[in-house]
Design a protein around this ligand. Structure first.
Ligand code: SF4
Length: 362
């Protein structure tokens, strides 16, 4: 892209926004948290959906969103919920720190703001757990503020429209600047959702449907024949891997030993199958014998490993299992009947470990 490009397209910014909004009026996606045309968006629903949608797909979020708003129709209701209830309703969405922040934010809105979300980006940013993206999204979508909302879809559309060949993540600031240069004064909330919809349904990662695109005529990436190759990405560094050992202890009465993880840190406050600490990049490795929850038993090493991807690393757990006649005394241990395990709201990793063990132990 040459240096004059932002200016060149700037002259057509209003025209581009008009064309996109006209397209949006015909093709907007219907989503459970989205206001219908003519309706006023509910800031609580917008905020809740935006927090849920981070790192997760629209299809996954749908049922969670419906359950949350059925159970807690307003931010005050959510604020009044018990922490365990919120964590349990969140189980399976991953990134549990977000659920804790969600609850803290609901309490702040209910307690410090009389149950009404602040209506500016800065005001929203001051709430617990609300980052730049969420603040911009809620300000734009719920309050029609001229905020620039940039997710992966928007980055892709901007890289193609302006033929930005600099790879991500170095190009992030430029792509945001370009997105801001197109954001109109009128209907900025609809515009923000329109760009995201365009990226999700037309300007898709592979095989963009340029013939159906309202920006087709202005798109430099399409004209240059490089649209599908954009945005370019810097080669990824290898994701670090960590390892550990999980201990599955079952009784003959089908009770499973669980414990609570410490409140802070990864999966904080959630139930877990006892496990060693996970090793780090340093090469240190925990000795399972030092961390087994029950002594003097013969552990069965189950074949295979349980793999799980966290944001910053991949984890592999080997699983040692044992079935005992009676419950041994285990400090901090809880015995959960297998048929009530749903109530323990195990995080996805731990649910995988249990499935893996039951698949082998029967
Ligand atoms: Fe994307 Fe094609 Fe539209 Fe350009 S013309 S913005 S590449 S869909």
């Amino acid at each position: 892209m040459d240096a004059a490009a932002p200016h060149v397209v700037e002259t057509a910014a209003a025209d581009l926004a008009d064309r996109l909004l006209a397209w949006y009026d015909r093709h907007r996606r219907r989503m459970p948290w989205r206001a219908l045309p003519g309706e006023t968006a509910d800031p609580y629903r917008v905020w809740l959906s935006e927090v849920m949608l981070q790192q997760t797909t629209v299809a996954t979020v749908g049922p969670y969103f419906r359950r949350f708003v059925e159970r807690w129709p307003t931010v005050r209701d959510l604020a009044a919920a018990r922490s365990e209830e919120v964590m349990s309703a969140w189980a399976g969405l991953g990134y549990y720190a977000r659920a804790r922040n969600l609850h803290a934010c609901a309490k702040a809105v209910a307690g410090d703001h009389g149950g009404a979300f602040p209506d500016t980006e800065d005001g929203l940013r001051a709430l617990p757990g609300v980052g730049a993206y969420t603040a911009a999204a809620v300000a734009a979508i719920a309050f029609d503020r001229r905020a620039t909302v940039v997710d992966g879809n928007v980055e892709r559309v901007m890289a193609r429209l302006f033929a930005v060949e600099q790879p991500l993540p170095a190009s992030k600031a430029l792509l945001k600047e370009l997105a801001a240069s197109l954001t109109p004064e009128a209907r900025p909330g609809d515009y923000a959702q329109a760009v995201m919809d365009l990226g999700a349904t037309v300007c898709t990662p592979r095989k963009p449907a340029c013939l159906s695109c309202p920006w087709s005529g202005a798109c430099r990436g399409r004209v240059a024949g490089i649209a599908e190759d954009l945005p370019r990405k810097s080669p990824k560094a290898d994701r670090p891997a960590r390892r550990g050992t999980a201990f599955v202890v079952l009784t003959r009465a089908d009770e499973l030993l669980l414990r609570l993880r410490p409140a802070r840190g990864m999966l904080g406050g959630m139930h877990e199958v006892p496990a060693t600490p996970w090793d780090s990049k340093t090469g240190w490795r925990a000795d399972p014998d030092d961390h087994a929850p029950v002594e003097g038993v013969v552990w069965i090493a189950l074949p295979g490993v349980v793999r799980h991807g966290f944001t910053h690393y991949d984890l592999e757990l080997e699983v040692l299992a044992v079935r005992l006649r009676d419950r041994p005394a285990v400090p901090g241990g809880q015995w959960w009947p297998l048929d009530r395990l749903d109530d323990a709201a195990l995080p996805t990793l731990m649910a995988k470990v249990v499935r893996h063990a039951l698949g082998h132990l029967g």
